[in-house]
Design a protein around this ligand. Structure first.
Ligand code: ACO
Length: 380
């Protein structure tokens, strides 16, 4: 008899990868052997994406070439541009991202090939386009065009420019850049697994990324960052004179009713998620600079209560919420911002899967009935 499946495939090793590695007990994360504690703040998102997608850290010339590919890749295709107003009117942000990336394949000159060269070019173009798609969607739903991209700026500065309409400060750019580095890859998370399952059928990179986007959207995965901010906003807007105390009391009550608190817990980390430690510091800094750190203080209180009640740590989505808020990013775009970064990892995983492929087709445990006799409809 086959072994009982692990519910949610917990502890199942589903693929081999040289892209990222987690030490869940020590709370460490590595991209191609580099500790993210080294990368965050000293490697740019472009260097990180290059490392993941092309296998080694770029030299100066390679980085300049990659940045050139990113700048050129920002141009949106005809089908995307024509469909944007209607999509922005009728779809929520992550639905729109799923649609727009799918449409973008029509104008990608490499769409019909899974060979390494075309895949590398598509990976750079998808990484270049994702922030532009988010900003263009946001502008289109407000009936305007997003600010033109600045070819001299990197992904983080350009995204903040296009989304807020104002050139960001150097520190804001550094902080978003570090956020993008921290979210770029994370072993066999649900969206990456979805991308690899799709790629393993020898489907194309755009299709795999669409599968990943649909998977990231869920509140148990990337959708949690938006839910964290919605929770904070709801407590603050309820008119409580002490929003920090109210946030703590509300979390305590919800935990006692058996509810899950978004932004806490993790399948793999048994201690603090190392990304959350960086994001907490960024949130504290930006809250202080903004002159109103209430959301940060509310978050700290929630963290204390969840740890005291359940022994759970915040995950990457918890402090990312307030960081994005302080950077002026609209709340409903938070998960789409996650996709801007994770595009680097998804596309690298698709290439890794294509390079050494076997169809991913696990088995299932049948729990239905056996040996029933079918009665034709007119005799039932
Ligand atoms: N709040 C309260 N209790 C929790 C939480 C939480 N956030 N997370 C886990 N628990 C509890 C569960 O209720 C369960 O308790 P029980 O054993 O008494 O029933 C136990 O911890 C195990 O939880 P599972 O959901 O089985 O753990 P799993 O490994 O399947 O899920 C997950 C991990 C999905 C991240 C979970 O912790 C969760 O739902 N967190 C909230 C959503 C979230 O923040 N998602 C983002 C994750 S990071 C990312 O995807 C980018």
């Amino acid at each position: 008899m086959a072994e009982r499946p692990s519910k949610g495939l917990a502890d199942v090793v589903a693929a081999s990868t040289a892209l990222s590695d987690i030490d869940g007990r020590a709370g460490r994360l590595f991209y191609r052997g580099y500790d993210i504690n080294q990368l965050a703040g000293s490697a740019t998102f472009e260097e990180t994406a290059y490392l993941l997608q092309r296998g080694s850290p770029p030299g100066r010339g390679e980085l300049a070439g990659y940045r050139g590919e990113i700048a050129a890749g920002r141009a949106l295709g005809k089908l995307v541009t024509a469909s944007l107003p209607e999509i922005a009117r009728s779809q929520e942000p992550m639905e729109a991202m799923r649609s727009l990336v799918s449409l973008a394949s029509a104008d990608d000159p490499d769409k019909d090939s899974n060979e390494p060269g075309p895949n590398r070019r598509k990976a750079a173009r998808l990484t270049a386009q994702q922030p532009v798609l988010v900003a263009a969607y946001d502008a289109a739903r407000q009936g305007r065009e997003s600010s033109p991209a600045d070819p001299e700026s990197g992904v983080a500065a350009n995204f903040l420019l296009q989304i807020t309409g104002t050139p960001p400060s150097e520190r804001e750019t550094q902080i978003l850049d570090a956020c993008l580095v921290l979210h770029a890859d994370h072993t066999m998370n649900a969206s990456t697994f979805a991308a690899r399952v799709c790629a393993a059928t020898l489907s194309d990179m755009h299709s795999a990324v669409v599968a990943a986007l649909g998977t990231l959207k869920g509140p148990l995965h990337g959708g949690a960052n938006e839910q964290v901010m919605r929770g904070l906003e709801a407590v603050r807007n309820s008119g409580e004179s002490d929003p920090v105390g109210a946030a703590g009391a509300q979390v305590e009550a919800r935990l006692r009713q058996g509810e899950k608190i978004m932004g806490f817990g993790h399948r793999v980390y048994k201690t603090e998620d190392p990304r959350a430690a960086h994001l907490r510091q960024m949130s504290a800094e930006l809250g202080g600079v903004s002159g109103d750190d209430t959301y940060f203080r509310m978050s700290r209180k929630m963290e204390e209560v969840v740890f005291a009640e359940k022994g759970l740590y915040p995950n990457v989505d918890f402090y990312a919420a307030t960081v994005y808020h302080y950077l002026g990013i609209p709340t409903d775009l938070f998960t789409a911002v996650f996709s801007v970064s994770r595009m680097a990892g998804w596309t690298a995983h698709v290439m890794e899967q294509h390079a050494d492929n076997r169809l991913i087709r696990p088995d299932s445990e049948y729990i239905g009935e056996h040996g029933l006799t079918w009665t034709p409809l007119d005799q039932r």
